[in-house]
Design a protein around this ligand. Sequence first.
Ligand code: UT7
Length: 326
Amino acid sequence: MMEQAGILGLGCYLPPRKLTNKDLEKMVDTSDEWIVTRTGIRERRVAPKEVAASDLGVEAARLAIKDANLKPEDIDLIITATVTGDMAFPSTSCIIQDKIGARNSAAFDINAACSGFVFAVTIAKQFVDSGLYKNVLVIGTEKMTSLVDWEDRSTCVLFGDGAGACVIGKTKDRHIVSYFLGSDGAGGNLLKLPAGGSRIPATEETVKNKMHFLKMEGNEVFKLAVKVMADAANKAITKAGFLCTEIDLLIPHQANMRILNAVAKKMGLPEEKIFFNIAKYGNMSSASTAVALAEASKEGRIKKGDKVCLVAFGAGLTYGAVVIKW
Ligand code: UT7
C-alpha cells in the first residue's frame, strides 16, 4: 500500500467536572425532559475557571503525539481550530507549542467555528501531500462555557468544553481520501459573538448589553445544518468514489441529536452507523468532531478498511466533510 497523508495518532481530553441537566434546572427555567427530547444532551463538561482552551488542547495533543509514537520535537506544524482561544493573540497554537515543547514547529490557528477540525485536517493534508511538512498536529479545543450566557436557556444548555487532536503524516493506512469544504458568509448573523472584535470593541456598554456572549437563531441554524451536512458528506463521499450507503461510520459534529438523525435519514444510513457522544458532552464546537474521532477509534468502533466520514457545520456559516479509509 502506498504511503499517503493519513492519521498517525489520536487523542482527546475532557475536563472531569460534569454539569447535568438536573444542575441546569436550578440555574434557568428548563427541564431535563426538554433538553433530552429537543437535543439529546444529558450532561456536558465544564473546565475550571483557571483552565483555558490551550490547557485542554495540550492534554489532547500530548496523547495524540504519544499515540503516533512521536515526540513533540518531531512535530513540524501545529494547527489549532478554536473560537475560544486563550486570547485574541498570540495564537492558541503558539501557546500550546510552548507548553508541549514542540520547538521545531510552525504554529497558527484557524477559525471555522464548529467545522474547524474538519477544515484543519484538510489544511494539514495539503502540507503533508506537498511534502512541506512531515508531521502536522491538528487540534480542536474549546472552552465554550466561557462564552455562553448562563441566563439564556436557549443556548446555555447546549454547549460544553473539551479537546481532541490528531497527528497527520504519511502512512500506509487511515488515509484521508477526500474532502469537501464550503462556506456561506450570508448566514453569518445566525450564529455569532457580536462584541470584543474590531467592529465592536469591549466597553462598559457591551458588557452590560451581554454582547460578549454567543447568540444563535437556533431554528434557522437547525434547518440549514441538516441540508448542508448531508450535502457536504455526499460531496466528499462521491469524490472518494464511494456510495453513501458504503460508509461504515459517520462521525458528525454533535450539535443536536435530531439534526444527526435527520442527516442520517437523508443519507440513507441506519442509526448504528452514526457516532453519537452528544449525550455526554453537548456541543463542543471544533472539539466535537475531534473528540468523536478519537473516541470512536478508542472504543473499537472502526475496523481496518472501514470507510469513515467526518462531517461538520457551524458559524460562518461553514461546512465540510472528510473521508478516511481506515
Ligand atoms: O454547532 C453549531 C450549530 N448549532 C446548532 O446546530 C444548533 C441548532 N439548533 C438547535 O439545535 C435547536 O434549534 C435548539 C435546540 C437550539 C432549539 O430547539 P427548537 O426545537 O428549535 O426549539 P425552539 O427554539 O423553537 O423553542 C421551542 C420552545 C420555545 O418556547 P415557546 O416560544 O414555544 O413558548 C422556547 O422558548 O422551547 C423553549 N425553550 C426552552 N424550554 C425549556 C428554548 N430553550 C429551552 C430550554 N428549556 N432550555
